[in-house]
Ligand binder design. Sequence first.
Ligand SMILES: NC(=O)c1ccc[n+]([C@@H]2O[C@H](COP(=O)([O-])OP(=O)(O)OC[C@H]3O[C@@H](n4cnc5c(N)ncnc54)[C@H](OP(=O)(O)O)[C@@H]3O)[C@@H](O)[C@H]2O)c1
Length: 275
Amino acid sequence: MTKFTQKYGSWALVTGATTGIGRAISEQLAQQGMNIVAVARNEGNLQSLKQTLQDDYAVDVRIIAADLSKPDANEMIERQSQDLDVGLLVANAGVENTGHFIENDQQAESHLLALNVVSPMQLSHSFAQRFAKRGKGGILLVSSLFGYQGVPYFANYSASKAYILSLGEALNVELKPLGIDVTVLSPGLTNTPMAANIPVDFNKMPITKHAPEVVAKVGLNALGRKATVVPGFINKFYAWENRLIPRSWPVKLFNFLISRAKTDNCPTTDLQTQR
Ligand SMILES: NC(=O)c1ccc[n+]([C@@H]2O[C@H](COP(=O)([O-])OP(=O)(O)OC[C@H]3O[C@@H](n4cnc5c(N)ncnc54)[C@H](OP(=O)(O)O)[C@@H]3O)[C@@H](O)[C@H]2O)c1
């Protein structure tokens, strides 16, 4: 892995740093000597992460307890990290909502957009301005394999991840002349608390589940080298094949696969077409 302390400086800010992919990224950055600004909501989990990173890797850790779906979160993070020479942003925090679109709670769908779309956009904007002044920096945006196509039962989630993929692809080119690397990491199914709570039996689907440590490593390895990266051979195939065939085909395929695999607690609808 590239030595990020030489390339970007000594501080990285990671959102959603306490569990899953964000935690694995924080640990791998700390392992190579980077100090971490860790952002999540649960203060107890942040304190415990801080202790672990300090004990295991002897790095400095600042924690910021913030709900990134709130309108003032970006400003708060700016304020609380202003005195640090942050050179790497990992916008990882996200939520998913599974279920029939019309049965899902509208507020939950809006909350998803605030966290998955508005927050990474605002953080990328604020930190890119900071990085441009330093003449160097890195931004790792976490999208999803589902960002490569519309996914029934994950309609709003897959749309939010498509936004991140598109934003990152554009910023990769636009910010390069300013010395800023931008990479979009699009994991497939990953063994994290988020995946454990999705009301779908993924064993019934032809996909593989990866460890968050593997996904984190793939993402960090790609930073500065690639605009986009998808961990795992089968996931890469899904991302690649849907560029070669009509866009509707993979959407229908996933409608079929998820309809078969959703569990009893997945919101479905009894409404039928009135014709
Ligand atoms: N797991 C998968 O299969 C998978 C696949 C593709 C893409 N992804 C993407 O990978 C990213 C990480 O997912 P994960 O599976 O590692 O998730 P996770 O294990 O559920 O971890 C989510 C992290 O984000 C924080 N978080 C959640 N809501 C937040 C909020 N409103 N404000 C601030 N922090 C918040 C959580 O801490 P608190 O709860 O304390 O806030 C936690 O640290 C997400 O963007 C997800 O969409 C995951």
